[in-house]
Design a binder for this molecule. Structure first.
Ligand SMILES: *[C@@H]1O[C@H](CO)[C@@H](O)[C@H](O)[C@H]1NC(C)=O
Ligand SMILES: *[C@@H]1O[C@H](CO)[C@@H](O)[C@H](O)[C@H]1NC(C)=O
Ligand SMILES: *[C@@H]1O[C@H](CO)[C@@H](O)[C@H](O)[C@H]1NC(C)=O
Length: 462
């Protein structure tokens, strides 16, 4: 081959590699849209529901009911329980403080000519204030209104105007205002859908069920108030992967390395996440982190959730025993009414709480359990972990259990997470996405017969 031919081939390769890289980064779900930050898929519990269900970006009311069709023709919807996280919220005052500190550093210390930096220093104003302290944002109201409409489209025979007016739909919430307001928004979504103006709907406040984590002494003492319980997260924050992230952020701002602490990098992550979630904006703050940086911060947050709400400590999930029994006793009541040929008195139960409510319950049920523990030293190994709160726990994350009466094929239970079919871990077979209710109860027999909140949450157990 001639030198010219080699050169041509080499050029071709360079062009090909370039194009591949270019199109690859452009082809990720969020990268394809300039309105969505490249790091939007890694926002953990600060993420939008739209990133988990991308089809909602085009049509926020779209549902795919055919995906949920029961395998047997004679199945009839009988009961639905939905446990839902509150909608998009403003940051806590603690996080607002961190965001303000980063903002000040950018204003006074950062050097550079990049347009995003000039935008941060010139146009962008710090509009987050400490008194926002975790309140439900206007977007959070919309989140719940639209979720209510989608669920009524997916399950029209139980979440119906008739059932709502007839008092067959019950609402329960945590006492936190963002949850109460989420509940009101969910109800308002249904009222607007059916143009109901002549009736108000009740809700019950129940912290024993929706904020059990505050009431479980053993959890509070051994995990919540015990820094040792989160040592893996702490070690990861001090580790080499995170150190590299902090250096990259410092380089982008041209400030000394010692100016960027973990809290600063996390503040950049939050600012990007909140601007997207609350205002639907791809903000210049997002330029402070690339995808690798975001994956590292995501992992730090997943370590926190894993050790504080997930599999890290047994008491995390055991604290949800009362909620677990509540859900199953309601299913049992509906099942009994069906067997007795009566109308199901509680067709729908909507329970609104927190990520801290839902994650322990999902863990108790065995979902998203990886074969290896999340630790400070196995970030790379955990690349494909299933315990990924960015996918599991965005705003309005929801676990929905649907009970069907399938006549001769028995009562069947269909679990959905964030409106997608999931299968109970450990249950397999052809109809695994909709097993017999009896099979599910058998699978969870030990928990159904035990899992006693009082016993688990006592500080000193025999
Ligand atoms: C809806 O779900 C069905 C079954 O899973 C699938 O075949 C179909 O492509 C989906 N439709 C849309 C519009 O996503
Ligand atoms: C709840 O809604 C009320 C009425 O819209 C509002 O005044 C209040 O600030 C909201 N509270 C929170 C925590 O979002
Ligand atoms: C940034 O680092 C410089 C040099 O070490 C120091 O003088 C300054 O106080 C630091 N600023 C902040 C906000 O940490």
């Amino acid at each position: 081959m001639t030198a010219a031919a080699w050169k041509y081939l080499l050029n071709l390769c360079v062009v090909t590699v370039f194009c591949c890289c270019f199109f690859r980064s452009d082809a990720t779900t969020s990268g394809a849209n300039p309105d969505i930050p490249a790091i939007a898929d890694y926002f953990t519990t600060k993420g939008r529901y739209e990133e988990v269900n991308p089809h909602l970006r085009d049509d926020i009311l779209s549902v795919n009911g055919s995906a949920l069709q029961p395998p047997f023709e004679q199945c009839r919807l009988a009961h639905l329980t939905a446990i839902i996280r509150h909608g998009t919220r403003y940051p806590s005052s603690k996080n607002v403080k961190k965001m303000q500190r980063l903002y000040e550093l950018v204003q006074t210390g950062a050097r550079g000519q990049e347009s995003w930096l000039r935008e941060l220093q010139g146009q962008w104003t710090m509009w987050y204030t400490e008194d926002m302290d975790g309140r439900l944002a206007p977007k959070g109201v919309l989140d719940h209104k639209r979720l209510a409409v989608r669920l009524s489209k997916l399950f029209p025979s139980v979440l119906s105007e008739e059932k709502l007016r007839g008092g067959y739909v019950q609402f329960m919430t945590s006492s936190k205002h963002r949850c109460v307001n989420s509940t009101l928004a969910f109800q308002a979504g249904l009222a607007e859908l059916w143009a109901i103006t002549d009736k108000e709907f009740d809700h019950a406040v129940n912290d024993a069920l929706m904020r059990f984590f505050d009431q479980c002494t053993r959890f509070v003492e051994e995990v919540e108030d015990n820094p040792e319980a989160l040592s893996e997260m702490e070690k990861f924050r001090q580790g080499p992967e995170m150190r590299r992230v902090l250096q990259k952020v410092a380089d982008r701002l041209r400030v000394p390395y010692n100016n960027i602490t973990y809290d600063m990098a996390e503040a950049a992550f939050y600012l990007c996440a909140y601007e997207l979630a609350i205002k639907t904006v791809n903000s210049p703050w997002c330029q402070l982190l690339d995808e690798v940086d975001a994956q590292v911060i995501e992992y730090a947050n997943d370590l926190k959730q894993f050790w504080k709400r997930g599999y890290g400590h047994d008491i995390n999930s055991k604290a949800s025993c009362t909620l677990f029994h509540d859900v199953f006793s309601r299913l049992e009541t509906a099942a009994r009414e069906i067997r007795d040929g009566q109308e199901v008195t509680e067709a729908v139960t909507v329970q609104i709480g927190h990520a801290e409510t839902l994650l322990p319950l999902i863990t108790l049920l065995g979902f998203f359990k990886d074969s290896t523990t999340l630790t400070a030293t196995n970030f790379a190994e955990q690349t494909h972990r299933t315990f990924r709160t960015s996918h599991i726990m965005p705003y309005i994350a929801n676990l929905v259990l649907v009970l069907y009466d399938c006549g001769s094929d028995g009562l069947r239970l269909q679990p959905l997470l964030n409106e997608n079919l999931v299968t109970f871990p450990g249950l397999s077979g052809q109809t695994a996405s909709m097993p017999r209710f009896e099979e599910v109860k058998e699978h969870y027999r030990e928990l159904l017969q035990g899992c006693d909140f009082e016993a688990e949450c006592k500080l000193f157990r025999n």
